[in-house]
Design a protein around this ligand. Sequence first.
Ligand SMILES: [Zn+2]
Length: 196
Amino acid sequence: MKHEEIQASISARLDGEAPLLADDIVAAHLTACPECRDFFQRATALQGALKQPSPTPDLTAQILAQAGPAWRRGPGTRLVIAALARIGLLVHAIFFIIWGVQLLIGSQPDAAVRIAVACALVYGAWRPAILAGLLPFLGSWAMFSTGLEMRNIFLGQANIAALVFLFSSAICAGLAWWFRDYRQDSSWLNANLATT
Ligand SMILES: [Zn+2]
């Protein structure tokens, strides 16, 4: 039995894909192989860490730290997408605040909306599950802005950067929400380990 096959099966199982080997074969190998057991524990710990992040001020550093091992591990693509989407939300939030403050200086009422969206995106980066509530808002705002900008596009006065920004915000929110719960239940292996 090759260690690579066992570890690929563990990764596939955790990613919700069909594993190469049956669970009982993997579990039997894990009881005898410290190397693969260590791999399994690191893989599940990594998923658990991202599933339930604790609130800290430096959210970006925390997300990056969690994503780091996944880059090297290879199969954790969903983990990486989820982390990048959440970092994307934070970056968009910063630009929304800058945008809002610029409008505020010009005493434009739209400033409040930008700053409110920035707060929602930061909260969404922390707890992606709440983004479901934000998606209709961001999505319809982007859609209606596009409609309103159509006339300006013909006149050559469209704020293309703002439109692209709205859409990329919506895409980040969508990805972060979609991959919020990518983690498969890994109790199957723990249960197998306990009984063998
Ligand atoms: Zn092994």
